[in-house]
Design a protein around this ligand. Structure first.
Ligand code: MG
Length: 363
């Protein structure tokens, strides 16, 4: 999007985990003042290749670039790694375009309180939340009856649970509608992604859990809906391409002409909806349970899931064990209050250890 609207944007800084080949090409094209690479050896290698660029290293480096003064900080890290950089961006007063849902799952009240204090807008990039944000605009919070988060159902929708024991990481990562990273695609296959999005929506929109619904919509044309007290439902429709919410979040409150084409309504013959099956996809149930328990329970859920998905991707456990590891970890680790960031990071660490032990017994 920045390449397309080259005259509208200046790239202040860029961060990456370890893909320095891509980052090097982006440095040559966009000339950021500073870059950060989370993996220290990759950072060293990049610094040697790009002598004229300020290359920061490690998680501190990512936090530093998040806090560089800018109109908007697009936070699109994977998992819990995004928590501190998101907080640093807010503390620095940068508007946050948030693509990384796990920080809100872990520390929603802290992040939203920090954003209110600094008068920083958290603009959702997650397609469902981006849709809800647009549907809510101009309406009074008291008039909202509930929000409906749509879910494609992932690659295994409609298949009996018993069939899923043998699925491979490659099959799970092949999302039928959205082109996304591996972790989020596996989360979509277990429906944990939708569960995390329920918690994300609670904090982003200050919405009580009992006003958040999940509806399966396999075509992924409606990206979510808001239902009002008078029975009216507003939906957000669009092509299934993350570039739309990315561009919206970058330019909000302005809208730019789309370079991606437009949805042809006359070709939309079947937009269908169904209730999710909490028994076939228990991760969705566990996320609702964690949200209801509150405190550090969502952080425990998230940590267990990250460890389990990683183990699945490495072939250490089967697909069905992902939800088992999450359930066992939720039962073992008890939730405490969300007193501060340390309490959350402690819960995260204990849950990771517990999930890892469980996988050790299983594998
Ligand atoms: Mg989403």
């Amino acid at each position: 999007m920045i390449r397309h609207y080259r005259d509208r944007f200046e790239v202040v800084s860029l961060g990456a985990h370890s893909n320095i080949a891509l980052l090097e090409a982006q440095i040559a094209e966009f000339h950021p003042r500073r870059v950060a690479v989370a993996k220290p050896d990759a950072a060293r290698e990049l610094a040697a290749r790009c002598a004229g660029t300020d290359v920061l290293s490690g998680h501190m480096g990512l936090e530093a670039i998040a806090a560089e003064p800018a109109d908007v900080a697009m936070c699109a890290m994977v998992g819990a790694a995004g928590l501190r950089p998101v907080l640093r961006a807010i503390e620095a007063g940068n508007r946050v375009a948030l693509a990384n849902k796990e920080p809100l799952v872990m520390a929603g009240p802290l992040i939203m309180a920090a954003a209110r204090e600094r008068n920083v807008h958290v603009t959702p990039v997650d397609s469902e939340h981006n849709a809800i944000f647009q549907c809510l605009h101009g309406h009074r919070p008291d008039d909202v009856h509930c929000i409906h988060l749509t879910a494609s159902g992932g690659p295994f929708y409609g298949r009996p649970r018993a069939d899923l024991a043998q699925v491979t990481p490659e099959q799970a990562a092949r999302h039928p509608r959205w082109d996304m990273g591996v972790k989020i695609s596996v989360d979509s296959a277990t429906l944990m992604n939708k569960g995390l999005e329920v918690i994300e929506a609670m904090w982003l929109f200050g919405m009580p859990l009992d006003r958040i619904r999940v509806v399966i919509h396999p075509q992924s044309i409606i990206h979510s809906l808001v239902e009002f007290t008078d029975g009216s439902i507003l939906a957000h429709l669009g092509l299934t391409d993350m570039k739309f919410p990315i561009l919206f979040a970058l330019t909000w409150p302005e809208r730019l002409e789309t370079p991606m084409g437009r949805l042809d309504l006359t070709r939309m013959h079947d937009l269908t909806f169904a209730a999710p099956d909490f028994t076939e996809f228990p991760c969705l149930q566990y996320a609702f349970d964690a949200a209801r328990t509150g405190g550090t329970a969502p952080a425990i859920l998230n940590a267990a899931n990250e460890v389990a998905v990683d183990a699945f991707c490495k072939g250490r456990i089967g697909f069905l064990q992902i939800s088992e590891v999450v359930r066992a970890t939720m039962e073992t680790c008890s939730s405490t209050s969300l007193a501060n960031l340390d309490a959350i990071l402690d819960a995260d660490r204990l849950a990771r250890d517990s999930a890892e032990k469980r996988i050790g017994h299983t594998a």
